[in-house]
Design a protein around this ligand. Sequence first.
Ligand code: ADP
Length: 161
Amino acid sequence: MGKIAIYPGSFDPITYGHIDIIKRATKVFDKVVVAVAHASGKDPLFSVEERKSFIEQVEWDSGTNIEVDDFQGLLVDYVLRKKGNVVVRGLRALSDFEYEFQMALINRKLSEEVETMFLMAGETYSYLSSRTMKEIISLRGSAAAFVPKHVEEALKKKLIK
Ligand code: ADP
């Protein structure tokens, strides 16, 4: 059986940074499940269905083996349900490290079977975050270099009255 990676996140919305991580992960694993967290506590701008559909609409290279799914509850329970082997997370700057380190170790305590691996986005994308995309669009800037066209359009529709 092939190795399955689970890439969890809010993806509110997906950026070229996330896409870069997904592409890198598909080179290492046989299948990558992009798992959209309901993250209701974070008060997401887009619904789970919207966030999933933005990921599905990305022009993935043919043969890219990804599945887009969503989950609620504990990540480790979801990973075991999906028969995943590894959780993939992206690292941008040092500032991500503290939180990611804590989550990885907590998840390891919750389940010894789930390993976390970190990938680094290409430097062109490593400073991107979904939050800054929302700020740029709210301030009527262009996010064309940071998110796919359909995502930029959706951000404009939602944020510019
Ligand atoms: P979460 O709310 O779980 O942090 P995000 O959608 O913000 O969800 O991020 C999901 C994962 O992708 C996290 O591991 C985050 O560090 C990583 N990530 C987000 N943007 C980038 C980027 N530009 N480069 C590398 N990793 C990124």
